[in-house]
Design a protein around this ligand. Structure first.
Ligand code: 8Y4
Length: 256
């Protein structure tokens, strides 16, 4: 899954694009590089980020979706807002990537009435403050229990398991130690019985491990994506599609 951010914070994130035209060009590049899904987002959910309005988010993502609907790969809309979900699905998106796991009022209904797939992600707190003092009794058990309960809620709302993906949410209200523990025990989440999506690309934990700034985390990101797949991830959300594809091709050739 290649990341396409339609947000103005382009200095801090190599996947960010201030205008729809640039985002569309970039998205087409990612497909040429081997992306099998594109994740389009119009609100930054990085630590400390402020929310944007529904209108602003629609202004950013809808022109991009209109241009990408005839592309050969499924389009994922990265949003927690039900209004954006509905508009994006009507414009051809087929996956909702929700960092709030359909927790906003109206989000469950917005997706249940479609035939889209949904990624239910774990987050502790909200982006503005989530890294202030994240705490868990047992991070793997706590995150797994949350995901199991959201999975049950989505099924109760009429969504079949075949439509659902789960994600422990690396960096979303987690310390470095929490993130390492989650990656070390990623296999525990496979027991929930649906495919796992994992996003570690360029995140702070890689900066902590390698000492490198955002733009220089490609090798660490590829290592993390490969580790996640070896530990059971079905989809990896990445900025560096070409490098990640190469690593996964090597893995696939060896593992058959
Ligand atoms: C550098 C680059 C530093 C990016 C931080 C970041 C996930 C996600 C995000 C994830 C799913 C991000 C929308 C945060 N992360 N969706 N979204 N899983 N499903 N930060 O891990 O990339 S945005």
């Amino acid at each position: 899954m290649g990341i396409v951010n339609v947000t103005p914070d382009s200095f801090s994130d190599g996947g960010a694009h201030a205008s729809p035209g640039l985002a569309v060009d970039f998205a087409q590049r990612l497909v040429e590089d081997g992306a099998q899904i594109l994740d389009i987002g119009g609100e930054s959910t990085r630590p400390g980020a402020e929310p944007v309005s529904v209108a602003q988010e629609l202004d950013r993502v809808m022109p991009v979706l209109e241009h990408l609907k005839d592309l050969a790969v499924p389009i994922s809309i990265d949003t927690y807002k039900p209004e954006v979900m509905r508009a994006a699905l009507a414009a051809g998106a087929s996956i909702v990537n929700d960092v709030k796991a359909l927790g906003e009022p109206g989000a469950m209904e917005a997706v249940a009435g479609s035939d889209a797939a949904v990624c239910l992600m774990h987050m502790q707190g909200e982006p503005r403050t989530m890294q202030d003092n994240p705490r868990y009794a047992d991070v793997v058990r706590d995150v797994k229990e949350f995901l199991a309960s959201r999975l049950a809620a989505a099924e109760a709302a009429g969504m079949s398991r075949e439509r659902l993906l789960l994600d422990p949410g690396f960096g979303f209200g987690k310390t470095f130690a929490h993130n390492l523990e989650l990656l070390r025990h990623l296999d525990a989440f496979s027991e929930l019985g649906v495919p796992l999506l994992v996003g570690i690309s360029r995140k702070g934990m890689l900066g902590k491990i390698t000492g490198r700034d955002l733009g220089e985390r490609v090798h660490g990101s590829v290592a993390a994506a490969l580790l996640a797949v070896i530990r059971g991830a079905s989809i990896v959300r990445v900025h560096d599609v070409r490098a990640t594809r190469d690593a996964l091709e090597v893995y696939n050739a060896v593992s058959g």
